[in-house]
Design a protein around this ligand. Structure first.
Ligand code: UDX
Length: 446
């Protein structure tokens, strides 16, 4: 199929590259000439494992190209995928102005029948707005389709080429077969539905996953008070197939470009039809609070933070990405600075992006995890990059002013902690300095 993908952000670029990989001719369109130039030179503006190789291969074999010329791209394609951003407005509602702009451009330039797919996450009913925006500008026939994207940053290529399911929302049966044909090599689980349900599936899925995370974080907070271990609780719950074992990792809450934005948007979508989504409001509130537990634990360990030197490991909202959008590290470092602390921050790849969001004279940027910990009163682990798990805790303690660690992601196991000199706080696990894991009984050492 000949496909134009409009928008070369995360969703657009990965989808475009992957559709070319499975044999389609894809042209990716962006209105930013410098971005298109970069992509033409084989440079990728995001960090995403595996994407570079696929991009290079498909450009080489003539299946993938990049342009700023939306008119040519639309005219040359049978299927047009809209994958531009829908950022949150101050009230949480999704801003549809980029979608509208693209719809207007499509309507202006199309010269024959097109299938117009929306992949951007959009509130229920948006595809019908797209239909209206386009139809006001053209007499040519077209169909609108909603195909929400479920890829995760860091595993986006795998998620796109091997999805759990593909959801296709249609309002005209004639698009059913070509769209099944386009996706059938990816999965057996193709859900064909109406457009509004498809739009809702995306929000409901993200809201449910966010709910799982806030749920396990609250269980973790209770575990800390009653002396239970949330990792065991999650394991014990997860074997129940009705619950499942994923998205039950307690930590410092979710961040990123999707969950925070989509949960707020769904609350708004419900509010617009006079429904108060009480459960989801609590999920959001729990998530906002959870990151500050790192500060509470630091204060518990150190007393005042004024004048303290605190190492921060991990700035990205999760590992294997350089994305810092809504990363818990932003609020945590801001609070540390407000409380008078000096911060030594390290992330393997997200420092440049982080500095654009938060830069202050109180932050020193470190080139390694050990450099960030040097001379510190405490180290806070905020993103579970694999390199942190490999650090020798005795060596680490020897370069710190005092061996205090707040592990926001439960990276270290009881054995490593037991044999280390660290005063160690994690999330929802009893103080591991005081636990004999084999017998799972508490032995108070200090
Ligand atoms: C998410 C959805 O998973 C994806 O389907 C959708 O298309 C976009 O939003 P992403 O934001 O890339 O993807 O990351 P994800 O791996 O889902 O993690 C989101 C956040 O939840 C991260 O901050 C992560 O640290 C946190 N998380 C995840 C937990 O705290 N605990 C978990 O058990 C899982």
């Amino acid at each position: 199929m000949k496909i134009a993908v409009i928008g070369t952000g995360y969703v657009g670029l990965v989808s475009g590259v992957c559709f070319s990989e499975i044999g389609n001719h894809v042209v990716c369109v962006d209105n930013d000439p410098s971005k298109v130039e970069m992509l033409r030179n084989g440079e990728i503006p995001i960090y995403e494992p595996g994407l570079q190789e696929l991009l290079n291969n498909n450009v080489y074999r003539g299946k993938l190209s990049f342009t700023t010329d939306i008119g040519q791209a639309v005219r040359d394609s049978e299927l047009i995928i809209i994958a531009v951003g829908t950022p949150s407005m101050p009230n949480g509602e999704a801003n549809l102005s980029y979608i509208e702009q693209v719809a207007i451009e499509i309507g202006t330039v199309m010269d024959g029948y097109k299938i117009v797919v929306t992949k951007s996450t959009v509130p229920v009913g948006t595809n019908y707005k797209v239909k209206q925006w386009i139809s006001e500008l053209t007499d040519h026939p077209f169909d609108i389709v909603s195909i929400p994207e479920f890829l995760r940053e860091g595993t986006a290529v795998k998620d796109t080429l091997f999805p759990d399911r593909v959801v296709i929302g249609i309002d005209n049966p004639r698009v059913r077969e070509p769209l099944i044909e386009l996706h059938k090599s990816l999965t057996d689980h193709i859900v064909i539905t109406d457009i509004r349900s498809s739009e809702m599936i995306k929000y409901a899925s993200n809201a449910f996953l966010a709910t799982k995370i806030s749920f396990i974080n609250e269980i973790a907070n209770i575990c800390e008070k009653v002396g239970a271990d949330v990792t065991k609780v999650a394991e014990g719950m997860g074997y129940d197939k009705r619950i499942g074992n994923t998205f039950l990792q307690a930590g410092i809450g979710y961040g990123g470009s999707c969950f925070p934005k989509d949960t707020e948007a769904l609350i708004q979508i419900a509010g617009n039809v006079d429904y108060e989504f009480k459960l989801l409001k609590s999920v959001v509130e729990v998530n906002k609070d959870q990151r500050f537990n790192v500060i509470h634990k630091l204060e518990d360990a150190l007393g005042t933070l004024n004048g303290r030197r605190i190492g921060v490991w991990g700035l990205a909202f999760k590992p294997n990405t350089d994305d810092v959008r809504d990363a818990p590290a932003i609020d945590i470092i801001n609070t540390l600075i407000q409380k008078g602390a000096l911060v030594q921050a390290y992330d393997p790849i997200a420092i440049d992006n982080f500095r654009l969001v938060l830069n202050a004279p109180e932050i020193e940027w470190s080139k390694s995890a050990m450099e960030a910990a040097g001379g510190c009163d405490a180290i806070c682990l905020l993103t579970e990059w694999s390199e942190f798990a490999e650090i020798n805790l005795t060596d680490l303690a020897s370069i710190m002013k005092q061996p205090v660690m707040i592990d926001g992601r439960n990276v270290y196991g009881p054995k490593e902690i037991e044999s280390s000199p660290f005063v160690y706080y994690s999330v929802g696990r009893p103080n591991l300095n005081t636990i004999d894991d084999d017998k799972h009984v508490t032995v108070v050492l200090h």
